[in-house]
Every structure is written in C-alpha cells, then in structure tokens.
Design a protein around this ligand. Sequence first.
Ligand code: C5P
Length: 405
Amino acid sequence: MTQTLQNKRLLLGITGGIAAYKSPDIVRRLRDAGAEVRVIMTRGATEFITPLTLQAVSANRVHTDLLDVDAEAAMGHIELARWADAIIVAPATADALSRFAQGRADDLLTTLLRASDAPVLVAPAMNQAMWRDPATQDNSKILLQRGYQFVGPAEGAQACGDIGAGRMSEPLAIVDAATALFEQQLLTGQHVVITAGPTRERIDPVRYLSNFSSGKMGFALAEAAVEAGAKVTLIAGPVSLPTPDRVERIDVISATDMLAAAELSAASASVFIAAAAVADFRPRAAAEQKIKKTSDIETMRIDLVKNPDILRSIAESKRSLYCVGFAAETENLLAHARAKLAQKSLNMIVMNDVSRSDIGFAADDNEVVVITSEHAIHLEKTKKRHLARRLIQLISEQVGPGNRA
Ligand code: C5P
C-alpha cells in the first residue's frame, strides 16, 4: 500500500455513536498508510467500544480524561495538541458537532480542538433525521466556515432501521480524506535516503583518516525532506549533530559501513542524496596495535587503497532511483561537475566552490549551482537550511508521482 500518510501524526477522536465499532478499522488503515495514531475517546465512546481495543490497534495508550494526573504526566493535553499534524473525529455525533461549534472545552477532545492549530476532519454519524435537523446543519456550517473539513455522512441503511444520509463514511473514505489534508506536500509517498558527514578510516586502534565535513548540509536536507512529507533515512558518518525529528538515522563510521547501509536502505528508496564527504582512500589494513613512534624513524608511509564510490555504485545498481550527488570543486567548476554527472550516472549534481572559506564544508552557509542534464540553476548564498528547502523543492519537481516508493 502507498504510504500516503507516512510520518504523519494523527489524533483520532471517537465520540459516542454506534459507528464507533468501525473506529478500530480506521486506526488500522491509517497505520497501514504510514501514520502514527493516538486515540482520544469521549466518555460516550467508551460505552460503545473499549479503550483496550483502541490501545491494541493504535499501539499507543488511549486518552480519555482531561484531568487524569498520570496521563498528563506522560503526555499533557497541550503537548498532545502540538503533537498532532491533524485531528480526525470519527464518528462525530450530533452532540459532538454542537459542542465543537460552541467552542466548548470541558473534556479532553474539545480542549484539544481549542488548543491545536492542526487541520480537523470530521466524519459525522447519526440518525438521518438528526443530520437533517436545522441545528445540526447550522453547527456543520459554522464548523465548515472555521475550516473544519467533512467526510460524509454517507447515505444508506442505518443501525436504527432508517434509510438516508447520516451513516459514517467507510474507513477507506475517511483515510482518503485524511490523506487529502496533506496532499499539497511535495514528497508525500517518497522514501529519501541521504548520506551525510565525513567517514573515518582506521589506521590503528587510536588513529584515523578523515576530513572536515560537519554533516550540516545532509542533516538540513533530511529535515527539509521530512517537512516535505517524505520518509527519510539519514546515513550519518561521525558528526555531532542532533537527529532531526522523524528521521530514521543510521550511524556509520567508515566508507565500507556507509556503502552497506546505503545498499540496504536504497532498496526501498525513490531518491538517494549523497551529501557525505566520503574518504577517497583507506589504509590497506588497520594495524591491530597502536603504531609506535620509534626514535630512528623520521618519515612513515601508510599504504592506502581506494574506497568504494557509494553514490556511483548505488546509482548504477538501481536505475529507477533519482540520484543526487554533491561536487566540491576548486577549479573548472561547471565542467568538472558536468563530467561527474555523466560518470556517476546521476540525475542531479549540486556543485560547491570549496576554494571559498565562507561557504561549503563546516560553514553554516552555502551557495551552489544545481546541474541536471537540462539545466544549471544558481542558488544564491544563504543558510544551509534554506538552501536545503530549495534543493528539496527542485528534486520534488523532478520526481514524478509515478515514481513513488
Ligand atoms: O567523486 P567526488 O568525491 O567528487 O564525488 C562527490 C559525490 O560522490 C558526493 O555526492 C559524494 O557524497 C559521493 N561519493 C560517494 N562515495 C565516494 C566518493 C564520493 O558516495 N567514495
């Protein structure tokens, strides 16, 4: 199934109607689409279905009370409100719509609706006469005006024996409506793998060869890709940077480790971005004991062998992958970058001028030229985080929806 909701954090509010028996199925399908789901039940909902069922299907503790000391200590209601990327209320009873429209805040669900800025999707479910009732219709209009989105109600046979509009929409229709809340995101459904930072190549137990890469560009790209809706795996060499929220991080040391992690992750990826500064060579064999400095030796040689070219190897083995490389050049910039694009079978190359000290490597800023087979786009000097967003935007323009993971 396409992971249309990958990385999304969804709160599902369940209110007290018979359609609540379908809510566990909604949770299951939201999770199948990649979302993390937390469930809030009103007291009425717990008369129809047990919190234990929802806990089992959501794999998270169910929240029922506003004034529960234990629950507040674990994840307070304001924290929960901030956590949510969207709130879905399914089923939403006539009473729930009325309470939402009034702006009540006297139970956990209504309080969260007040405290959260996240989009809200409601799936009304009630008897057809209750749905047609002018007060219910007025409440729905008020909520629509406030930006709430509605899915259903659907028409058909009802639990009470009536026929008409009032049934809760089917779980799949609710999941589709939830997906539509995020549809504007550029990389929804994509799995982006990014390498970042330097590699370390062991000389002996206490020494290594490495470079000055800080990993900042790769980490900024990981953050921007998550913001754009992608699932992100960040393969990081030794750096001292915190893992961006919602990013799966794999720590590696050497180029050989990085290649192994990249091969594993790339199998399910649709985009591969090699921002790592991989050491080109490694000692032929790391000494088992610390190499001694003896008084009669003035020079020493370390025999080096070439490291694998991670990007080239991934790009050549998986042609359907959109591959992006970085080129750090000091002269003949464009010509070298274009040659690298072809040699490594890349779709895009991002060129840095590393002869300048104000950009690139350990700096916070960068200025690059983005080169594909069709164009060369100059991105002016700016913070790596801003630049990362622009790069992700350019990549998303190239990666069509048909290429989804
Ligand atoms: O060949 P060069 O080091 O200039 O290529 C730079 C690009 O190739 C970068 O995207 C870098 O992450 C990637 N690369 C790699 N494995 C190597 C060397 C470079 O993935 N061994």
